[in-house]
Design a protein around this ligand. Structure first.
Ligand code: HEM
Length: 500
């Protein structure tokens, strides 16, 4: 048994030492496609069931399943060896291949089936799955409102909404920080996107997005047999899609009818870019994009996990509060001041390494091709995982430990550390999301000390199209008195983080 810090690897008798995957692991070099001499080992199909059992395990717990695959088979594996339809890669070198050739390894897969209503059709079509030839135009438009030049303009809204949210958080009480964080991040998102702040609309939109995200194909295996039946999750999702599409279309039409001409929010910036370079694009296209932008679950997950890791690491949290007070003196940071908070930056980076809100990515082969050791057919699925690659011990010693100080020395490549995707298709919010999360953390920690409610069960919640988030985060709120303590906890977070 060979043990690497963090993730244990068992050498099965099938794997001769010459196998590049394990050889690479032993020598700390990543194998590239030319050096494969044989197909790496992998799971076997079950009699009668075939791969269904594997796909069920993947769908129900993608992060746990892929960590197990790496533990058992190493950096690359697949379902089947002959022209496999599904390949998993945790190898930064193969990640580079997968993410760099956006024509061969693409995303543009439209759901095979037609949803039973047009609304779902409109909402499920966006930059994520448009044909590559339309990609650049769409991206140019979508990055406009996310540009850093606007950040100080968004700051007042972020600070005002964070202050009013914190007023509702009761001292000495146990609150679910994940739910409260979600409400706050979503409220900020709705205000910055559409200048909408009335609580009823903000809540209704959130409920719609949340239900749709949690009742889609990836959520329930039973969905494979989707029927528009009374009371079914699928019927609920269709109803929510109609309401969501109507809401977004109404917002767009009202804004077009009465333009503010002030670039007062992200919708203004989007519409002006749309007018300038959106030739040929339709209102349906805009509604599909807005549906993406209204979903802030990734940011909520990033915020909650970071507050959790800080609460469970008293010394680091104490040092961070010192840094915040030293620079901000109780105030909220400006974008420029974030550059003077190096520990906050390392804490955020390390949190997104250890518990990446977006824990894996998929691509599909446009044509049959060679990928690493595999001859892949057209339409094969490639799955790469930030969660697993961010824990490779040869890149991140003591990978399961929360060590912000490691960022003083490590310089991972964009394919060894990719919480916001890879260069070819970086997240449009790769600067905005950390800006929002860091601003909220800086404000909360200067005012409150957060302690995980002792004995809490912290489990991961992740499905095929969802982010990696905690099922709950019970925390006790106290005035900031620097009396930091780690709490005893339970749950599968203990598989994911080593609190030594
Ligand atoms: C912590 C928060 C977030 C995380 C971790 C995250 C993560 C990611 C990742 C990993 C990708 C690349 C996907 C791939 O290549 O397969 C991506 C792309 C994208 N994200 Fe985010 N995201 C976050 C927040 C947001 C927000 C707030 C928005 C919108 C307001 C957003 C909009 C997008 C868009 C439009 C793309 C596609 C970009 C493209 O293909 O060019 N993301 N995100």
């Amino acid at each position: 048994m060979t043990e690497y810090e963090g993730i244990q690897t068992e050498q099965t008798p099938l794997i001769p030492i010459a196998c590049p995957a394990h050889h690479a692991q032993k020598t700390g070099t990543m194998a590239d496609s030319r050096s494969w001499r044989e197909i790496p080992p992998g799971p076997r199909p079950k009699p009668v069931l075939g791969w269904r059992l594997e796909s069920m395990k993947l769908a129900l717990d993608p992060v746990g399943y892929m960590a197990q695959l790496y533990k058992k088979y190493g950096l690359v594996t697949s379902w089947g060896t002959e022209r496999p339809r599904v390949v998993f890669t945790f190898d930064p070198k193969l990640n580079e291949v997968m993410f760099s050739d956006t024509r061969q390894f693409h995303w543009a897969v439209r759901p095979k089936w037609q949803y039973d209503n047009n609304a779902m059709h409109v909402l499920s079509y966006s930059i994520f799955n448009i044909p590559i030839e339309f990609y650049q135009q769409r991206r140019k438009i979508l990055v406009r409102p996310m540009a850093t030049v606007h950040f100080d303009r968004w700051r007042d809204t972020i600070v005002r909404l964070t202050n009013s949210a914190m007023k509702d958080w009761q001292l000495g009480k146990t609150i679910d920080m994940h739910r409260r964080g979600r409400d706050l991040v979503h409220a900020v998102n709705m205000s910055l996107l559409f200048s909408i702040e009335d609580r009823a609309t903000v809540q209704r939109v959130h409920d719609c997005v949340f239900l749709m995200a949690n009742s889609g194909p990836a959520y329930s295996i039973l969905f494979l047999y989707r029927y528009d039946l009374p009371g079914s999750k699928y019927r609920q999702m269709l109803a929510n899609a109609i309401e969501m599409e109507a809401f977004l279309r109404d917002v767009v039409q009202k804004r077009k009818a009465q333009p503010t001409n002030q670039e007062s929010d992200m919708l203004d910036l989007l519409l002006s870019a749309w007018d300038k370079i959106g030739e040929g694009l339709t209102e349906d296209d805009l509604v599909g994009e807005l549906y993406n932008l209204v979903n802030s679950e990734n940011m909520t997950a990033g915020l909650t996990w970071t507050l959790f890791l800080l609460a469970q690491h008293p010394k680091i949290c104490a040092d961070l509060v010192d840094e915040l007070h030293g620079v901000l003196h109780g105030e909220a940071p400006t974008y420029e001041q974030l550059g003077q908070l190096p520990l906050l930056d390392k804490v955020y980076k390390e949190s997104f390494r250890l518990l990446p809100p977006s824990p894996f990515r998929r691509r599909y082969t446009a044509e049959a091709c060679q990928f690493g050791p595999y001859d892949l057919p057209k339409g094969a699925t490639l799955i790469s995982s930030q969660y697993v690659t961010h824990r490779l011990p040869e890149i991140y010693p003591e990978p399961q430990r929360f060590l912000p100080s490691r960022w003083d020395t490590i310089k991972p490549t964009p394919f060894e550390y990719f919480p916001f995707g890879a260069p070819s298709r970086y997240c449009i919010a790769q600067r905005f999301a950390p800006y929002l999360i860091k601003t909220i953390i800086a404000m909360v920690l200067q005012r409150y000390r957060l302690t995980v409610a002792p004995g809490s069960r912290i489990n991961r919640h992740c499905r095929l199209s969802l982010e990696l988030e905690p099922t709950q985060m019970p925390m006790v709120l106290s005035r900031q008195d620097r009396n930091f303590t780690r709490s005893p906890i339970k749950g599968d977070v203990l598989e994911m983080v080593d609190f030594a």
